[in-house]
Design a protein around this ligand. Structure first.
Ligand SMILES: [Zn+2]
Length: 381
């Protein structure tokens, strides 16, 4: 693995951690303030501020400490990430991976970093827990270099028949055709409809049956990508953004795609599968090679004992001699790969045999397989 990539991975994971801490502390302080505002202490501080100064300064102290944390550890982490990013920019491999096609000037690099940082801050509550900071950072750079459109205009007139859509309960609209009849759809009498979120907002463009089926296919493609090249759903959505120039952050954003966009994704997916056939990674045949494989950006996922169904995807953020560290929930988890256990290597799969007789089956993904997604310019796709 490139030294620069290694450094940026370390920095980006610290950055994600800081942003998550920041987000959670901010929320915590907000609800703390809201609860305190109802307390008798607040009322007394209102009536007689001077007798309550100790309480008031303790409360302010909490906020000050939070700001100090940001000013010390937080800003150190941000500048370390910026430095690591600038160093990585000098490496061709990194630029190819991040979709940077020309040499960036100092100020262009700073602009890209600021955009990435802003996006990261805004999305800090929604990061996929299985992805590592480096992967997230790369996706954000690619997005900053190739900004996607984020127009979500709800149709007031049905694009199919010119009718006027209204809010209808799912039970009334679908009858017994679907199992889940809770909630509403935004629907037209011709049968076109869009989903309505729990908060009542319309999430998606009005679509007929064909378009709904196409969108369902796109969901499958994103999940299939995960199985095929070992990317997270987050990365799969970013790839869909890249193909369509539409901002797709989560699976539900697929509801905004039109037929032509769905078609371009389906075509691009076929191309990905074709290109993937030409990639023949060298899979590990020993414990030592396994560790090296993961160190080079390899990933792995758990398989069921029959070897078909993929489970959790492990994206290493740090590789040791006998363990890999992955992100898990809001923290990290170490997945042990002890040298003294028995391993059976068989191409893309390996089995870990425990002394207890337990067998764990895994599937491997090489970095070059993921890179197939972005191998060609989209004009050629
Ligand atoms: Zn209609």
């Amino acid at each position: 693995m490139l030294k620069e990539e290694h450094e940026l991975r370390k920095a980006a994971n610290n950055l994600i951690l800081v942003l998550t801490i920041n987000e959670q502390l901010k929320q915590g302080l907000e609800s703390f303030d809201a609860l305190l505002s109802m307390s008798d202490f607040e009322r007394r501080a209102f009536d007689n501020p001077s007798s309550m100064s100790a309480y008031t300064s303790a409360k302010e102290g909490l906020h000050t400490s939070f700001e100090q944390f940001k000013a010390t550890y937080g800003s150190a982490v941000i500048s370390a990430t910026y430095e690591a990013f600038k160093k990585a920019l000098s490496k061709k491999e990194f630029c190819i991976e991040a979709g940077i096609k020309t040499d960036l000037t100092k100020s262009e690099a700073a602009t890209v970093f600021n955009k990435v940082f802003q996006e990261l801050s805004e999305q800090s509550g929604t990061f996929p827990e299985e992805a590592d900071g480096y992967a997230i950072f790369i996706e954000m750079i690619r997005q900053a270099m190739n900004p996607a459109e984020d127009t979500k205009q709800i149709a007031d007139v049905c694009p199919y028949c010119g009718g006027v859509p209204t809010r209808i309960s799912k039970a009334e609209f679908f009858g017994d055709m679907v199992d889940d009849v809770d909630g509403y759809v935004w629907a037209c009498e011709c049968g076109a409809y869009a989903q309505v979120a729990a908060d009542g907002s319309v999430v998606g463009l009005l679509a007929d049956r064909t378009l709904h089926a196409s969108r369902k296919r796109i969901r499958h493609i994103i999940l299939e990508l995960s199985r095929l090249v070992g990317v997270t759903v987050f990365e799969g959505c970013k790839w869909v953004s890249f193909i369509t120039d539409r901002k797709i952050v989560a699976l539900q954003d697929i509801e905004w795609l039109n037929e032509a966009e769905c078609k371009s994704i389906t075509d691009a997916f076929e191309d990905v599968k074709m290109r993937l056939k030409a990639v023949n990674p060298e899979y590990p045949k020993s414990h030592k090679e396994l560790i090296a494989f993961l160190e080079e950006g390899g990933r792995f996922s758990a398989l069921n004992s029959y070897g078909f169904k993929s489970g959790r995807l492990f994206v290493p953020i740090k590789v040791g001699n006998e363990a890999v560290r992955v992100r898990f929930r809001k923290g990290v988890q170490d997945i042990m790969l002890p040298r003294e256990l028995d391993y059976q290597f068989n191409g893309q799969q390996f089995i870990l045999l425990h002394p207890t007789g337990k067998r764990e089956r895994f599937k491997l993904y090489a970095k070059e397989q993921r890179q197939v997604l972005y191998k060609e310019d989209k004009e050629n796709v």
